[in-house]
Design a protein around this ligand. Sequence first.
Ligand code: NAD
Length: 362
Amino acid sequence: MATYKIAVLPGDGIGQEVIPEALKILQVVGKGAGVGFEFEQGLVGGAAIDETGDPLPEATFRLCEASRAILFGAVGGPKWEDAPHERRPERGLLRLRKELDLFANLRPAKCFPMLVDASPLRRSVVEGTDLMVIRELTGGLYFGEPRGVERMADGSAHAVNTMAYTSREIERVARVAFDVARKRRKRLASVDKANVLVVSQLWREVVTRVGQDYPDVELEHVLVDNCAMALVARPTRFDTIVTENTFGDILSDEAAILAGSMGMLPSASLGGRTALYEPVHGTAPDIAGKGIANPIAAILSVAMLLRYSLDMAGDAERVETAVLRVLEKGYRTADIRQDGTSPVGTGEMGDLIARELSALYS
Ligand code: NAD
């Protein structure tokens, strides 16, 4: 029997509540598909700072390196907000992404039919939305050099950040995007600002060249300002989107509102040997400890883990179907509740999905 080692890093706040539900689901998959999962927990974020002083202790990093995939919760919270830069919880996640070379961040935004009314946008706009934003994660404006602030004697100042990409960095994320688009509806929109930025001109040149290796995928180039408008005006026109770090940061959050709630959105960060899967949401201090967080984002992250790290697409689909069926039956956590329905808690939602999933294997 194949056995996969999974690093489990719940982190802080509701990370501690939703990850156990995701593990319940993996256990059902293991039984149903006849594979073994070996879960090993690691400390990260605020929990790791409290125990070791470091948001990413060496032991956690070694565990991640030695695992097939990482299941991550969320990090941060008011307790650590005033900590110095290097000792802030999110440094743990940023270091992990950088050191594991996780350069491609995949964020699906799908509007579930029964949750259309949970979106702040009109039904006619969001209905049928099913898109994937692929954001370059380790380059561009957030990492480019030089950067810094120069303060003058007269009290004025000058600050600089640099948007920089090499053709190699663009090519590798473009290949991930074409591969993903090929498994979806074979349409890829590459988003840039090529009418103004030379970095974007290189981006467009390289993506076009890589596209020649994928003649079955239809490629279009879209300017970022146009894309931002189209995402809220006609999101169904998109299937797969690929873009650089900063544009992707903004566009993927914009796309998130199409799905109705943060509690529904999974993500994957790919690139190096070990990929990382996490819900898009944070630690939600306002509801942490109450047992009411929606575990679906974490559970759908498990589906992504199965699809992208273990090549178990059929099992990933079963997990997604189980989620859909539970929602179809009318069960809702508080964040996606409709008028008049009484919500289920985190553990109950996890149990319902696990039960539905077991039935799909029998
Ligand atoms: P958040 O995503 O934690 O919460 C935003 C809102 O969405 C809150 O009202 C919260 O209750 C709700 N929400 C989020 N996830 C939910 C779920 N699963 N079920 C039900 N409701 C849910 O964002 P925030 O409030 O801006 O940040 C809180 C903390 O999380 C901060 O310390 C921030 O730095 C951290 N954070 C961490 C990550 C990460 O680890 N990747 C991402 C974002 C924010």
